[in-house]
Structure formats: C-alpha cells, structure tokens
Design a protein around this ligand. Structure first.
Ligand SMILES: [Mg+2]
Length: 343
C-alpha cells in the first residue's frame, strides 16, 4: 500500500454562464487533477481548484510542485496517511489547494484498498446532505429569474452574491425574496462592503423579514476588528470566508469573538486544517458551513465526503460542479436536486 507515483494534470471547465462575484468574473475554471498511485496499481484521485483571489495561487507555480511532492511522499504507506498530511501542511502557505488534493487522493487510495468509503473513514456521521445553489451577480431581472428557476428545481436555500452596490443589492434582495417565498438565503458579499454598509444591509434584511440564514464575508478579509464590529451590531449571523484559511486564522477569529459562522473550504485549508477548524468551532460553539471554489465533481466529491463523514456542517454550499460543463460526472455520490446521497 505504498505510494509509488504522483501525477498532476491540468483540466479546463467552461461555466454554463459567467460567474460574477464582487471583484471577479469568470467563464472558465482551471483545475489540477491529482493522482496518487500505489505500488499495487491502485489510483487515488483528488482535485485542486486554485484561487489567486483568495489564496494567491498561480497554476504554473503549482505545477512546479509535482516532482517535489512526489519525492516527499513516495514510499509512504497510505495507512499512515498522517505522514502525508504533515508533509502537505508544510506547503499550505503557498499551495493550499494542492495540499487538499494530495491529502484527499491519499485517502481515496486508502479507501479503495480497505474497501471503505472516505466518509466512513471520517466517522460516517451522515449519509445524506443538502446543498444550496448560487445566484451570481447580474441584473435584477436576471437574478430574480435565476432564483425562481433554482428554487423551483428544489433548492430550498439560495446563495445570493452581492457586494458591488449596496443600493442595488437592497432592491435585488427584496425582489428575490418576494419572488421565492418560502426559500431561505445565504447572502455573500465577498468582502464588498465597508463595516458600516454591512451593518446597514444586515439591518435592512432583518427589518424586511428576509429569511437570511447566514451573511457571509461582508467586509475585507484582513479587518478582524471590523468583522467583530459588524457581528456585534448585526441582527443576523455573520460568517467569515476569505478571512479564514488556516486553523490559525480560525483560532484568532474565534478567540476575538469575530464571527457566528466559519465557512470552511478544503481549497483554502486542506483536509488537515479543516479538521482542526471543525474541532475548534465545535468547542467554541461557533457554527460551520462548507463551501467550494470552482471544483468539478471530482473536487466536490472531496468536500461531500468530509461533510457527510464529520456531520459538522449546519450548511453546505457545494454547488460548483453544477455550474460548469463536465463530460462525465465522477463523484462517488448520487445527487438529485439539492439532495446528495453517499454511496
Ligand atoms: Mg464566500
């Protein structure tokens, strides 16, 4: 069960529609598929969906890690996966998405060898989870239309992207909530507001009885004091996303009472830091959600297994594979609308 080889492969996926969030618009996702080979021919698969915006990752520099990673983990028995996790922790500052992919591919290989799905290795807390679906920034009319369509497809929770214009966002949210009565919303500003704007928006949502579960990353990532200020003044729950990448970020946010929720993404933290953040948040009674970057079904599969296995998340935002075109679905789960069943 020893690792004999590691391979990286570039994958390009087109979005069905332009994915527009505060400060970023994209039509293509460029991911790195990672394979970990064992000496008996078993292949474990993982996927990195790198982010320059959040992690500062650049595809070409990530590829230069292929031979380094291979040299570092070659010969390790996958049953001793903590050794691989520790080695990849050393790379986390420069390449958290690669850390996630290698850690998962190692577990995938172990899972095949021992005949136990990855979510069972993590405790098998749940065998079904629910995901939301994202409505990206667009005109009011198109966002309303998209929201109606998505809600009627069975997605009870809609994730609405805002943050580029407070006034327009207020109009959009009111129109969407009017058109999708009974739905619940996660609002994500992707750092777009000032602390005062964020508080104004949170109060507006509350006063207008918009059914908001979580208000995500209202302000710039590195303003922890600002986040605490917003959280204290906000009548709705505040989550950190871009503000939390490592377990050390989570520790500071929790210690200083900055948030109600933490949005864990494997692409920011890898599996090892995600597990540390889960335990910290549970201990401190801080809520948890799990999100994604631009993963295909291969990458979403990773988060699905962690989410089901740990059962730690009050909310799952695992929808990127539904937003991009893939030749073939390759997740080890079955999905019907918002419901994901593990295999
Ligand atoms: Mg977010």
């Amino acid at each position: 069960m020893k690792i004999s080889d590691v391979k990286f492969e570039l994958k390009r996926y087109e979005y069905y529609e332009t994915f527009h969030i505060t400060g970023s618009s994209r039509n293509v996702a460029e991911n790195i598929e990672v394979k970990v080979f064992l000496d008996d021919g078993t292949e474990g698969i993982g996927e990195a969906s790198p982010s320059y915006r959040v992690n500062g990752e650049i595809i070409s520099s990530l590829f230069s890690l292929e031979s380094t990673v291979k040299e570092m983990i070659k010969g390790i028995d996958v049953r001793d996966y903590a050794k691989v996790f520790k080695i990849m922790d050393g790379l986390s500052k420069s390449a958290p998405s690669i850390k996630a992919a290698i850690q998962y591919a190692t577990l995938d290989a172990l899972s095949i060898e021992i005949g136990l799905p990855v979510y069972k290795i993590f405790g098998g807390s749940k065998d079904t989870i629910e995901t939301d679906k994202t409505i990206s920034i667009d005109t009011l009319e198109r966002m309303v239309q998209k929201s109606i369509e998505t809600f009627s497809q069975g997605f009870h929770t809609l994730k609405i992207k805002v943050g580029e214009s407070l006034k327009e966002d207020m109009e959009k949210i009111l129109a969407i909530s009017e058109a999708t009565k009974g739905a619940e919303y996660v609002i994500d500003a992707n750092q777009g507001y000032s602390p005062k704007e964020a508080i104004q928006f949170a109060n507006f949502l509350y006063e207008n009885k918009v059914n908001v579960k979580i208000f995500e990353q209202p302000i710039i990532w590195n303003d922890f004091e600002g986040l605490k200020f917003v959280r204290e003044a906000s009548p709705i729950s505040i989550a950190a996303d871009e503000s939390v990448r490592t377990k050390y970020d989570a520790y500071r946010l929790i210690k200083d009472d900055c948030v109600d929720f933490i949005n864990i993404k494997l692409m920011k933290s890898g599996i090892s830091d995600a597990l540390a953040i889960i335990e910290m948040a549970k201990t401190a009674n801080v809520g948890l959600m799990i999100g994604c970057m631009s993963e295909s079904s291969v990458g979403i599969n990773q988060s699905v297994h962690i989410a089901a296995g740990t059962g730690a998340f009050a909310h799952c935002d695992l929808d990127s594979h539904m937003l991009i075109k893939e030749e073939k679905f390759r997740g080890k789960f079955v999905q019907k609308g918002s419901t994901i069943n593990l295999l």
